[in-house]
Write a protein that binds this ligand. Structure first.
Ligand code: NAD
Length: 356
């Protein structure tokens, strides 16, 4: 297949592209705007591969996307491009509305124009796979409740509301125009190449730097964690074998309280890279004011994708977290280049301060 991946320079998109290039014969066009979250250094190992190419473009730029579709002639689009950080959506929702809603709309329209002109066998085989989040379902209060594919939407943050809106648009483009779509809603991902503003890499790097380890509220919020490479394998299963029009929830069967995640990271670091000063990294934990509208608990029922497509996560939380901490310890250079902004300077050929 020829697969156009949007947002392929991000955390999950880059894991997906490494999987597609290293473990399959599919061809990939990575279409990414390279916002602060896009990092081509996460794709170093595949960047010169003959089945991989990159195009810097905004999904909201319909003429640019149309041109890419016509020259690349994809059999499938895997749409991951988004603004993805909840805290940023609270501070500045506009970019989330623009990319996640208006951008997805522009991408759908460019795709519809391209798809409607394909010959019948290719029209039938074409897939538009929209990658979304379990946060569209809101949060759970019963200890045993799980999100299923039919749980009503109740998003809490500007981020999750914008993703919910994009999910509705994608479904409408199937219902109204017949576009062959697939949707996936996934729980929190973690693993290598995760941008250091997110909880797990932030805690690892702050711990090593001797800084405070910030925990929102009382740290009792529950998240279902999935190792990013397990997510990439699930996405490939869905785009190649999923039934058109279906939604698949993807989760790791790994519910953890935020505070327990932070403690687990501290314990791994105590073992792998003990503090220069005596004592445990746990001593650096600091409780900070809770995020407004903070969801209490997310948990996914991933039995449909397991039953229908045979996907299950390979990593448990302890095994995946150990790999992740090890990866950060071995790749501090990648982290430092994100933290000091040099990953952006290099690709744009200008110091960060000079960028608009
Ligand atoms: P990310 O923020 O790491 O990466 C997003 C990528 O999209 C970046 O490379 C960025 O440059 C690109 N991008 C942003 N705006 C763009 C635009 N207008 N045009 C083209 N490219 C643009 O995000 P991620 O964590 O890899 O998440 C990828 C997708 O998966 C998102 O749609 C997100 O909602 C969804 N998701 C994420 C998680 C998670 O835990 N990270 C969980 C479930 C679902």
């Amino acid at each position: 297949m020829r697969i156009l991946v949007t947002g392929g320079a991000g955390f999950i998109g880059s894991a997906l592209i490494r999987h597609l290039i290293n473990d399959t014969d599919h061809e990939v066009l990575n279409l990414d705007k390279l916002t602060y979250a896009g990092n081509l250094e996460s794709l170093r190992e595949v960047e010169n591969h003959p089945r991989y190419r990159f195009l810097q473009a905004d999904i909201g730029d319909q003429p640019a996307v149309s041109e890419a579709l016509h020259s690349f002639q994809p059999d499938a689009i895997m749409h991951l491009a988004a603004e993805s950080h909840v805290d940023r959506s609270i501070d500045g929702p506009a970019a989330f509305i623009q990319t996640n809603i208006v951008g997805t709309y522009a991408l759908l329209e460019a795709t519809r124009a391209y798809w409607s002109k394909l010959d019948e066998p290719r029209r039938q085989a074409f897939r538009f796979h929209h990658i979304s989040t379990d946060e569209v379902y809101g949060d759970l209060h019963g200890a045993d409740d799980l999100f299923t594919e039919t749980t009503p939407y109740a998003p809490s943050s500007p981020y999750s509301a914008s993703k919910a809106a994009s999910d509705h648009l994608v479904r409408a483009w199937q219902r109204t125009y017949g576009l062959p779509v697939l949707l996936t809603n996934c729980s929190n991902n973690y693993g290598p190449y995760h941008f250091p503003e997110k909880l797990i890499p932030l805690v690892i790097l702050n711990a090593l730097d001797g800084k405070a380890l910030p925990v929102y509220g009382n740290g009792q919020q529950v998240r279902d964690w999935l190792f990013v490479e397990d997510h990439a394998r699930a996405l490939l299963q869905v785009v190649t074998r999923g039934a058109v029009g279906e939604t698949y929830n993807i989760g790791g069967h790994n519910e953890q309280k935020n505070l327990d995640v932070v403690h687990a990271i501290c314990d791994l670091l105590d073992e792998l890279q003990p503090r220069a000063a005596a004592g445990s990294y746990r001593e650096q934990v600091t409780f900070v004011t809770d995020r407004p509208g903070h969801d209490l608990r997310y948990a996914i029922d991933a039995s449909k994708i397991e039953r229908e497509l045979g996907w299950t996560p390979a990593e448990t939380f302890p095994s995946g977290l150990r790999k992740t901490v090890r990866w950060y310890l071995d790749n501090l250079d990648w982290c430092r280049r994100v933290q000091d902004g040099s990953y952006q300077r290099e690709r744009l050929g200008a110091p960060r301060e000079q960028q608009a």
